[in-house]
Design a protein around this ligand. Structure first.
Ligand SMILES: NC(=O)c1ccc[n+]([C@@H]2O[C@H](COP(=O)([O-])OP(=O)(O)OC[C@H]3O[C@@H](n4cnc5c(N)ncnc54)[C@H](OP(=O)(O)O)[C@@H]3O)[C@@H](O)[C@H]2O)c1
Length: 352
């Protein structure tokens, strides 16, 4: 059984902004040792202050996850400082919005290097480390777009699908070894973070926006903290994402139709605001990086689906148990009625 989050040493990439920042602070509140990784040292120091103020023990390790040597250095530094790692969270990411036709190969490569290879490097380093310690947890922050695809984000969708494929293989290998290492896939729906302001965009000068509805980054932070303590294979954050993943599994053509109807799949990802400022594809944007992105008008806040169903095994067991009991009661009732009808049917046969 994993330690409580407060007793853990957690390595967290992409810790300076958005979901990573909210997760770092939430782990800090529990008293955890948090190893904060991203490229911008200034922003990491800022986040570390928040973690410390919340009650946590932060360590800043500037890291570009697209460079394997830097990811190895991150693991070595975490162990040298805290003596071990309990959970490793691959969360860092970048994106490019625009059609495949418009996207330069260099942009596509950078998304794959950061979002796919960055997570693979994290898994490659974390798996033997945790195995050598006798167990631990790897959490990969993929996306609902790791199960289905939308227009205008092909490289990102490819990377997020790839993370899930790699992790599914690794999970089986670690289980074959009886390693005690859990591999979890977290799939957020749209989340209200600075991700959209950070992305490189070729949308006619417009800013990308979350495909509505967007959920609060705290919902993802809480889900990650729960996975540290109680690993699960897959968790989706946001009921809307759950519905889309289900629709894709049972009727992918229907989902294509929904995304193409009125060109909604593209239009709903393009805001009316002009894209200002730079992007974080090649280097950090700089400046304060909050957890929230300011998409209040698209936000629905917390994910009740995730909190009270996907990560609530007691509720699920009770609900399924109640459903089973109700099913048995209905079956008995119908069985009883059928038995009551038998003499009448016999009588009718006799009369006939
Ligand atoms: N927001 C959403 O709607 C949404 C939905 C589904 C999944 N997700 C996933 O959630 C995770 C967090 O995204 P977010 O929304 O919190 O985005 P965000 O606010 O833009 O944060 C991205 C983080 O990644 C870091 N980063 C970028 N490139 C890096 C690199 N090469 N090496 C190390 N760190 C790097 C950034 O810091 P530096 O720039 O300083 O390096 C930053 O800390 C991502 O995996 C994303 O795909 C987000």
């Amino acid at each position: 059984m994993p330690r409580s989050a407060g007793e853990q040493v957690v390595v967290l990439t992409g810790a300076s902004s958005g979901i990573g920042r909210a997760t770092a602070v939430e782990l800090g509140r529990r008293g955890a040792a948090v190893v904060l990784a991203a490229r911008s040292e200034d922003e990491l120091r800022d986040a570390a202050e928040e973690v410390r103020a919340a009650g946590g023990r932060p360590l800043v390790v500037p890291t570009d996850v697209a460079d394997f040597a830097q990811v190895e250095h991150l693991a070595r530094t975490a162990v040298a400082h805290f003596g071990r790692v309990d959970t490793w969270v691959n969360n860092a990411s970048v994106s490019v919005y625009g059609t495949v036709e418009d996207a330069p190969v260099a942009d596509i490569e950078r998304v794959i290097q950061t979002d796919l290879l960055g997570a693979i490097y994290g898994m490659k380093v974390a798996a033997p480390l945790l195995k050598g310690q006798g167990g631990g947890t790897i959490v990969n922050v993929s996306s609902v777009l790791g199960r289905l695809s939308v227009p205008l984000q092909a490289a990102y969708c490819a990377a997020k699908h790839g993370v899930i494929g790699f992790a599914d293989s690794l999970r089986l290998e670690l289980a074959r070894d009886g390693s005690g290492v859990a591999v979890c896939t977290l799939m957020p729906s749209s989340i209200d973070t600075p991700f959209f302001a950070h992305a490189r965009a070729r949308l006619g000068g417009k800013m990308p926006q979350p495909l509505p509805p967007a959920y609060d980054p705290q919902a993802v932070a809480d889900a990650i903290v729960k996975l540290c303590e109680r690993p699960q294979r897959d968790v989706i954050v946001g009921g809307a994402g759950r519905l889309f993943v289900l629709l894709h599994a049972v009727a992918p053509g229907l989902l294509d139709w929904v995304l193409l109807a009125g060109d909604g799949g593209a239009k709903l990802q393009t805001s009316s605001e002009a894209k200002t400022g730079g992007d974080n594809l090649d280097r950090p944007v700089g400046g304060a990086q909050p957890a929230r992105g300011g998409w209040d008008r698209l936000s629905v806040g917390d994910s009740w689906y995730t909190r009270y169903w996907a990560q609530a095994p007691l509720v699920r067991t009770a609900a399924l148990g109640a459903l089973g009991v109700a099913g048995l009661a209905v079956a008995r009732l119908l069985g009883g009625r059928a038995a009551d009808d038998t003499p009448r049917r016999d009588a009718l046969v006799a009369i006939g």
